[in-house]
Design a protein around this ligand. Structure first.
Ligand SMILES: [Zn+2]
Length: 227
């Protein structure tokens, strides 16, 4: 059974949550570029590689060919070539074209869609525990067909798990969120067109947040031909 999945989604679309649930239920490993870079840079002592890893750690743009070589190496050489969830890659059309030129095989591309107003409200509602990192969300969204309840702590501003102080993330301001969304759109719209031409694109909107997950799982299984 082939379960080779590419997972796309706007920042704040719940990609991380849905991705980890899918990986668990389909029993496939999640592959992310960040994890692979961390692993390779900690295992690789070749000094010629170090400037590349350092630049990557700082979030600098790296040659798409090198990035793809890292991911392809992971997928082709670790016995997972029949099932994986490639999370957050490709991010732009050039990367998808490199994958095509390398004859990369996949079965399904999931694109999590979300209304921009909803994404912004959800991101502004995020609260993180300053001690243990637990996540909460105080945004209560009812908008058109959307209904996303908050995940509030029991005591306002206090972490349920450890009693630590809850704060918004530093980069969750309206300005930075809009900038992130704009950049995402610029790169992603051409990718959506590209993947929809392959016939492998599955678009999904979680109108009720994570409680829509069973619907997504059902759609994914149907598309992959899993009972
Ligand atoms: Zn905590």
């Amino acid at each position: 059974m082939l379960k080779r999945i590419i997972m796309m989604g706007a920042p704040g679309s719940g990609k991380g949550t849905f991705g980890s649930l899918l990986a668990k239920d389909l029993q496939i490993p999640t592959v992310t570029l960040g994890d692979e870079i961390r692993k390779i840079s900690s295992e690789n002592s070749n000094p010629f590689y170090q400037p590349i890893f350092e630049a990557m750690h700082k979030g600098a743009l790296i040659n798409d060919g090198i990035v793809w070589a890292i991911l392809a190496n992971k997928i082709n050489n670790t016995n997972i070539s029949e099932g994986f969830l490639l999370d957050g890659y490709p991010r732009k059309i050039e990367q998808a074209l490199i994958m095509e030129l390398c004859d990369f095989k996949y079965d399904l591309v999931i694109n999590l869609k979300q209304h921009e107003e909803v994404i912004i409200a959800k991101m502004l509602g995020r609260r993180v525990c300053t001690s243990c990192g637990a996540n909460f969300n105080i945004a209560d969204i009812k908008f058109e067909e959307y209904s996303l309840p908050p995940r509030k702590p029991i005591k306002r501003g206090i972490c349920d798990s450890c009693g630590g102080k809850l704060e918004p993330r530093k980069d969750d301001t309206k300005k930075t969120i809009s900038k992130r969304l704009f950049e995402y759109k610029v790169h992603t719209l051409p990718l959506e067109d590209y993947f929809s031409n392959t016939g492998k694109l599955l678009e999904f909107t979680a109108y009720a947040g994570v409680s829509d997950y069973p619907k997504l799982l059902e759609n994914v299984k149907e598309r992959l031909g899993i009972k």
